[in-house]
Design a binder for this molecule. Structure first.
Ligand code: PMP
Length: 452
């Protein structure tokens, strides 16, 4: 049997045999060979989670060069929400690549870029005129959202939150909270970035209203609304630990921004495109951002990012002030149009809600037997378990790391996250079948049981 047999997943699309299959230890010899070459050729700062050489991926599995088939509970960090190599995305990429690969939209515009902007304007939250601009990466989208907010308001300060993650470029490093590994040694950082306290129900015990009052007090006392261009927040912190703010927190922050002429930017780079059981997480909290940044799931694995928002804010920059050589590359745009069509028409939002109930049901049951799981939280196919000392609630990063490592060795790709490194996050592709998802969770459960 070849490693790339084609089967069909519940949501359609050709993909690999949907099974966990270990034919060598992980890493196997072929993977190890690549990892040795990587160590010699690739900068040490570029790490990796699963020690494999990926050769194919689809549905809910990643296949390595040794013929092992691993259950994918990470989606390449929340990117392959549709399942890897979704057939419509593949076809769109092939067609576009044969037509033209690049003109630079700023030199010779093409239709697919405009169509992606139209789709984003239509689908993102907010019943008002919107415009979009396209970029290559999440960090680039965040940088541009801040540029636009500054130009629009004529103010400079930007507020980001504790546990926030917004990227690794200079401005987004400043916006990101966690020092190691994202910032340590890489300063100086961009000025006029301030940090406010987040609502973190498991650790602060505050209501959403009280947590918002605390954040707003910090903002008013330490910056002043008259100096503040934008408040930037992930509706659910991703890298920071899948922290779901208490009810009312985001709403109060949005209201304060509106009352003070501050641009509210929702960073939905990780939460967007059906990941949280709605097309955008803002919908799950009943908030409407002025600007929204998207990337990751938007184009089925091709590099694309966007800023979308109120037309009058988006239009505040002069011509030539936004852009880039590759931003809105035609192949990425073709992929995005296919992906967006799938998100709208193939039941992915509903599937994310089903995945939420499986993930939360299983993890909550595990938590009842094992007090080292302090908290289970998340929305849709974005759910996490926070590992702690059962008595003190002190973060237990060693346990989270050991469980993740053992799960990977048993053929299940899981990722850790969290400011304290003590969170295992589950971000399965929505094309995964229920059986495979349960099997992946079984493996994580036994890794936890065996971790002493
Ligand atoms: N914002 C959020 C919320 C993210 O999760 C990420 C990526 N993990 C980024 C920004 C940066 O995106 P990219 O890696 O594409 O620059």
């Amino acid at each position: 049997m070849s490693a790339i047999d084609i089967a069909t997943t519940p949501l359609g699309g050709p993909t690999l045999a949907q099974e966990r299959r270990l034919v060598t230890s992980i890493p196997g010899p072929r993977s190890q060979e690549l990892l040795d070459r990587k160590a010699a050729a690739v900068a040490a700062g570029v790490g990796h989670t699963a020690p494999i050489e990926a050769v194919a991926a689809g549905g809910g599995v990643v296949v390595d060069a040794d013929g092992n088939s691993l259950i994918d509970l990470g989606s390449g960090i929340a990117v392959t929400t549709l399942g890897n190599a979704h057939p419509a995305v593949v076809a769109a990429v092939q067609t576009q690549a044969a037509q033209f690969t690049h003109t630079c939209f700023m030199v010779s515009p093409y239709e697919s870029y405009v169509a992606v902007a139209e789709a984003l304007n239509r689908l993102t939250p907010g019943d008002f005129a919107k415009k979009s601009a396209l970029f290559n990466s999440g960090a680039e989208a965040v940088e541009n959202a801040v540029k636009i907010a500054r130009k629009h308001t004529g103010r400079q300060a930007v507020v980001a939150f504790d546990h926030g993650y917004h990227g690794r470029t200079n401005l987004t490093m400043a916006l990101t909270a966690k020092s190691m590994p994202y910032k340590s040694g890489f300063g100086p950082f961009a000025p006029e970035v301030y940090r406010a306290p987040l609502s973190y129900p498991f650790r602060d015990g505050l209501s959403g209203e009280d947590a918002a009052a605390k954040a707003i007090s910090v903002i008013e006392k330490q910056i002043g609304a008259e100096n503040l261009a934008a408040v930037l927040i992930e509706p659910i912190q991703g890298e920071g630990g899948f922290i779901v703010p208490a009810d009312g927190f985001l709403n109060a922050i949005v209201d304060w921004c509106r009352a003070n002429g501050v641009v509210f930017i929702a960073d939905e780079i990780q939460t967007g495109f059906a990941r949280t059981g709605a097309l955008f997480a803002c919908e799950r909290f009943g908030i409407v951002p002025d600007l929204i940044t998207t990337a990751k799931g938007i184009a089925g694995g091709l590099p694309l990012a966007a800023v979308t928002g109120r037309a009058e804010i988006m239009d505040s920059t002069h011509s030539g002030g936004l852009g880039g050589t590759y931003g809105g590359n035609p192949i990425a745009c073709a992929a995005a149009l296919a992906a967006i069509d799938a998100f709208e028409n193939e039941g992915f939002v509903e599937r994310a809600q089903q995945v939420e109930s499986i993930l939360k049901g299983r993890l909550t049951a595990l938590q009842e037997q094992d007090p080292r799981i302090g908290d289970v939280r998340g929305l849709g196919a974005m759910v996490a378990a926070e590992f702690v000392d059962p008595v003190t609630k002190a973060p237990d990063a060693a346990l989270a790391g050991a469980v993740a490592k053992a799960a990977i060795a048993e053929g299940v790709i899981v990722l850790t996250c969290g400011t304290y490194g003590n969170v295992i996050r589950f971000l399965p592709p929505l094309a995964i079948g229920d059986d495979l998802l349960h099997e992946g969770l079984d493996v994580v459960a036994s890794a936890l049981a065996n971790a002493g």
